[in-house]
Design a protein around this ligand. Structure first.
Ligand code: CAA
Length: 392
C-alpha cells in the first residue's frame, strides 16, 4: 500500500523585510545577504501572529483544498520549535480553531527543524496501522527568530506548511531511506532565552556531515529532484557539491541547477521557516514544474525526489518520494507565488519595533504601522494566563 502526501498547503504572513535594506542599515554589503547567503526577502510575522496562527491558517487551507471532511482526520501533529507553552501543545489550539472532531490524537513534536518530518514519519506508520482509512494532518509551523545584529539575523523567516497524509495519496508516496542522530550543541534554545544560541559554522558542518551520512546509505537515482532543509540557500549549494561526489557527478554546478535549484526559489523569498523549510522546498519544486510547463507530467520531469530534513541537536532523515501520475491537477491549487507577491514590505524601523515588542512580551494589540494578521486566524491576547485566539 502506498502511503504519502495527499495534499499540501502553505501559509506565510502578509509582510516581508527586504534584506538589501536590512544590510544597508547594518552596514553590510547587500550582496553578502542576497548572494553570499542567498536570501533576498524574509517573511515577518505581525505581533498578533504566532506558531498557532500560522499552523491553523495552513491547516484550514489544506483541508479546504483537499475537499475532505474534518471528521476524517484521526491524527493531528504539529512540528514546531516556536511553541508558546511548555506543556499545552500548539496542536490543541489548531484542533479547536480548525474544527476537527474529538476522535483524534493531537500532539506536538519538538526537535528543532526536523520535528514536522518526524511527524510525517509517525503519520506514515499510523496510516499503515491504526489509521483505518482516515487522514493524518501534519503541520510544520515556525517563526524563525535570531537576535538583531547577529550573524543569523538575515536567515529569519515565518511560515507554515500543512500536509494531509493517507493511503493511496493523490500527490506522492513517501518512504524513509535513512536517518542520522548525534548529540551536538550547534543551535539550541535554553528555556529562559528569547533567541537561540548558535554556533553558526559548526551548525553548517553538522548539517553537511549528517547529509553526507544519510545520502551514503542509498544508491542514488540520478534523475530525481533533490530537496533540502534550507536554513539558507548557500548551505544547500555547498552541501549538494559534497553529495554529488557520492554518485560521481562530474558537473555538480550543472546538476545543482537541474536538480536542486528549483527547491530553493521560495526559500530565497521567505527565509528559513525551520520545520517547514524542506516541505516548502518540495512545494517549490512542484510549483516550478507547474509554471514552466515544458514536460507533460512531473513523472517525465523527475524520477521522484529525495527530501533531506535536518534538525539541530541533531537529527537528520532522508526520505524518498514518488510522484503519483496525474498529480499535476493538485498543483493548480498552489498559490505560494501569489502569497509572496501579495505581501507588503515593512521598513527596517517597523521590523525593529516588532522585534522589541516580542522581546518584552508586549501585547498583540500594540500597533506597528498597519502590520496585522491577514487571517483567517489571529492571536487576540492573554486572559487569565491563557492565550486566546479568534478570527481576523
Ligand atoms: N558579496 C558576496 N558574498 C559575500 C560577501 C559579499 N560582499 N560577503 C560575504 N559573502 C559570502 C561569504 O564568502 C560566505 O560565502 P561562502 O560560504 O561561500 O564563503 C557567505 O557570504 C556567508 O558569509 P560568512 O561566512 O561571513 O557568514 P556569517 O558568519 O556572517 O554567517 C552563518 C553565516 C554563520 C551561517 C549565519 O547565517 C548563521 O549563524 N545562521 C544561523 C545558523 C544556521 O542557519 N545554520 C545552518 C545549519 S543548522 C540548521 O540547519 C538548523 C536551522 O535551520 C537553524
Amino acid at each position: 500500500m502506498d502511503v504519502g502526501i495527499d495534499h499540501i498547503a502553505f501559509y506565510t504572513p502578509g509582510h516581508f523585510l527586504a534584506l538589501d535594506e536590512l544590510a544597508t542599515v547594518r552596514g553590510v554589503d547587500p550582496k553578502k545577504y542576497t548572494e553570499g547567503i542567498g536570501i533576498r526577502e524574509i517573511s515577518i510575522a505581525s505581533n498578533d501572529e504566532d506558531a498557532v496562527v500560522l499552523a491553523a491558517n495552513a491547516a484550514d487551507k489544506v483541508i479546504d483544498e483537499a475537499g475532505i471532511s474534518r471528521s476524517d482526520i484521526g491524527l493531528l501533529i504539529v512540528g514546531t520549535e516556536s511553541a508558546e507553552d511548555k506543556s499545552k501543545p500548539t496542536a490543541t489550539h489548531v484542533h479547536e480553531l480548525v474544527g476537527i472532531g474529538p476522535n483524534c490524537r493531537v500532539y506536538d513534536i519538538m526537535h528543532a527543524c526536523i520535528g514536522a518530518t518526524y511527524g510525517v514519519l509517525s503519520a506514515l506508520d499510523w496510516v499503515r496501522g491504526a489509521g483505518k482509512g482516515r487522514y493524518a494532518l501534519v503541520i510544520a509551523s515556525d517563526i524563525a527568530r535570531y537576535e538583531r545584529e547577529s550573524a543569523g539575523e538575515p536567515t529569519q523567516g515565518a511560515g507554515a506548511v500543512a500536509m494531509l497524509i493517507c493511503a493511496n495519496p493523490r500527490l506522492m508516496a513517501l518512504e524513509e531511506v535513512s536517518s542520522f542522530s548525534k548529540s551536538v550543541y550547534d543551535f539550541w534554545k535554553p528555556l529562559e532565552k528569547k533567541y537561540p544560541i548558535v554556533d553558526g559554522m559548526f551548525s553548517a558542518q553538522c548539517y553537511a556531515d549528517a547529509a553526507t551520512y544519510c545520502f551514503q546509505q542509498e544508491t542514488l537515482k540520478k534523475g530525481a529532484a533533490f530537496v533540502f532543509h534550507a536554513p539558507y540557500p548557500k548551505l544547500v549549494q555547498q552541501t549538494y557539491h559534497r553529495i554529488a561526489k557520492l554518485f560521481d557527478d562530474a558537473s555538480p554546478k550543472e546538476s545543482f541547477l537541474e536538480k536542486v535549484a528549483a527547491g530553493l526559489r521560495y526559500a530565497s523569498r521567505v527565509g528559513n521557516i525551520y520545520t517547514g523549510s524542506v516541505w516548502l522546498g518540495l512545494m517549490s519544486v512542484l510549483g516550478e514544474f507547474h509554471e514552466r510547463k515544458q514536460e507533460p507530467s512531473i513523472t517525465d520531469a523527475y524520477d521522484g525526489c529525495y527530501l533531506f530534513s535536518y534538525g539541530s541537536g541533531c537529527g537528520a532523515v532522508l526520505i524518498r518520494g514518488e510522484f503519483v501520475p496525474g498529480c499535476e491537477q493538485i498543483l493548480k491549487k498552489f498559490d505560494v507565488q501569489e502569497q509572496l507577491d501579495a505581501r507588503n514590505k515593512v521598513s527596517v524601523g517597523d521590523y525593529e519595533r516588532l522585534a522589541e515588542i516580542y522581546e518584552r512580551g508586549g501585547s498583540p494589540q500594540e500597533k506597528v504601522s498597519a502590520i496585522k494578521a491577514s487571517g483567517p486566524f489571529k492571536f487576540i491576547g492573554v486572559e487569565d494566563e491563557k492565550r486566546i485566539y479568534g478570527s481576523v
